[in-house]
Write a protein that binds this ligand. Structure first.
Ligand code: MRU
Length: 363
C-alpha cells in the first residue's frame, strides 16, 4: 500500500536486514525499524513493534532467514533449532507465526541443513520471501471475495487492526473494504478504538485515512448502540487463529460484537488467509489465549498538544488488572469465513473445504 505516495510492505527485507514498520509510534510518526539479528526480531514481535497475525508470521519467517546468516557452520542445525524456539516463544495465539517459522525450517532441511549451510541460507531467505509474498497475495484475493458482500452506502464495523499493517500487504478484514471502495462503493467504517492497545484508533484509522475511506473511531462499547440504530450493516473482523470446527480467536472484544450482531441480525464475517487455520486445533477451547501485562490496561500513551510522546496512568495505583489479549467467537455466530479461496461457512465442513483448496494450491 502507499504511504505518502511511496509503496510499503509492513514486513520486508533489504540488504540483509528485516525491515518493519514501527507500529507503536503510529499514527504520530512513520518510521522503519531494521535489524540483522533474529533475537532482535523476536523482541520486535513480543513488544509489538510488529503485530497482527500475517505480519508476525512474515517477521518470524524473515527472523529465521536472519538466524541462518548468524548460524556458525559448525553448529548450524542446533543454532537454527534454538532460533526457531526463540521466535516461536514470542506470542502464543497467532497461527501464522508458527506457519512462517516452520515453512523456513522445512526449506532449510530440504536444502540439506547443516550439511550444506550455504544452500540452507539461500533456501531460508527464498522461503521467507515466498511466505511473505503468499501472505500479500492471499490478502489481495480476500479483498476480491469480500468486496462482493458489501453494498454501496453501508456502514461497516471492524475491531482491532486487520488491515495491511497486520499483514504483509492489503490486510484481511480491511482488504474487502479497500477493494469495494476502489470499485466505487461508498462505505463508512466504524472503527472500534480497541482497548487496551488501541489498534483500531491508532492503526486502522490511520490506514483508512491514508486510503481515503470514510471512517469514524468509536469507543468499543458504542458498537451495540450504533448497530441497533441502523448505522451498521455488516461487521468484518480478522482472526489470529481459526480452529478446525470454525471457532475463531481474535482480538479481545470480538466475541461480544458477534453476540450483538447476531441479536440484531447483522452479518458478522471473519476474514483470514488459510494460513490462519490451525488444522491440529479441534475447537476454540484449544486455542492458547495470550494474557499480557496489566500495564497495558493501567496506562495509555499518545502525543500531547506540543507533539511530545506521553504515557499516562488512568487507574488507581493500587488497582490490579487483567489483560487477556484475545477471545474466541464460536463458529455458530460467524456468518462466513472470507478467505483467498472464497467465502465458506464457519463449520467443520467449511474449514475442511478451505484446507482442501489450500492444499490444492501448494501441490
Ligand atoms: O495483538 P495484536 O495486535 O497482534 O492482535 C492481532 C490482531 O491484529 C487482531 O486480533 C486482528 O483482528 C487479527 S490478526 C490480523
Amino acid at each position: 500500500m502507499l504511504v505518502d505516495g511511496t509503496p510499503h510492505r509492513t514486513v520486508d527485507w533489504a540488504d540483509g536486514q528485516l525491515l518493519l514498520i514501527d507500529q507503536p509510534v503510529l499514527p504520530h510518526e512513520f518510521r522503519i525499524w531494521r535489524t540483522d539479528d533474529h533475537r532482535e526480531a523476536a523482541v520486535a514481535i513480543s513488544t509489538m513493534i510488529v503485530r497482527g497475525a500475517g505480519a508476525i508470521g512474515a517477521a518470524g519467517a524473515f527472523g529465521m532467514a536472519l538466524a541462518s546468516r548468524q548460524a556458525p557452520d559448525s553448529s548450524f542445525d542446533q543454532y537454527m533449532k534454538d532460533a526457531a524456539t526463540t521466535l516461536a516463544n514470542t506470542r502464543p495465539t497467532a497461527q501464522n507465526l508458527f506457519g512462517g517459522i516452520n515453512a523456513v525450517r522445512a526449506a532449510i532441511e530440504g536444502a540439506g541443513g547443516g550439511a550444506r549451510p550455504d544452500d540452507a541460507r539461500d533456501a531460508a531467505l527464498a522461503a521467507a520471501r515466498a511466505w511473505a509474498d503468499a501472505d500479500a497475495a492471499a490478502c489481495e484475493s480476500i479483498g476480491r471475495h469480500g468486496a462482493e458482500l458489501l453494498q454501496d452506502g453501508w456502514g461497516v464495523s471492524t475491531h482491532c487492526n486487520a488491515g495491511w499493517l497486520a499483514f504483509v500487504d492489503w490486510g484481511s478484514a480491511l482488504s474487502p473494504v479497500y477493494a469495494a471502495s476502489r470499485a466505487g462503493k461508498s462505505l463508512q467504517v466504524f472503527v472500534d478504538e480497541t482497548r487496551p492497545r488501541g489498534q483500531g484508533s491508532r492503526l486502522t484509522a490511520w490506514e483508512l485515512g491514508s486510503e481515503g475511506v470514510d471512517h469514524v473511531v468509536i469507543a468499543d462499547n458504542a458498537f451495540g448502540h450504533l448497530a441497533s440504530h441502523g448505522e451498521i450493516q455488516a461487521v468484518i473482523t480478522g482472526s489470529d487463529r481459526v480452529a478446525r470446527n470454525g471457532d475463531v480467536a481474535n482480538k479481545i472484544g470480538t466475541f461480544g460484537h458477534a453476540v450483538i450482531a447476531r441479536h440484531l441480525g447483522i452479518p458478522f464475517y471473519v476474514a483470514l488467509p488459510a494460513a490462519t487455520i490451525d488444522p491440529d486445533c479441534p475447537s476454540g477451547a484449544d486455542i492458547p489465549i495470550e494474557e499480557r501485562g496489566g500495564d497495558e490496561v493501567h496506562y495509555t500513551w499518545g502525543v500531547d498538544d506540543d507533539g511530545a510522546f506521553r504515557r499516562v496512568r488512568t487507574s488507581p495505583a493500587s488497582s490490579g488488572a487483567r489483560n487477556p489479549a484475545f477471545d474466541v467467537t464460536p463458529g455458530g455466530l460467524v456468518d462466513g469465513l472470507i478467505t483467498e479461496h472464497g467465502v465458506f461457512p464457519a463449520t467443520d465442513d467449511g474449514v475442511g473445504r478451505i484446507l482442501t483448496c489450500a492444499r490444492a494450491q501448494t501441490d
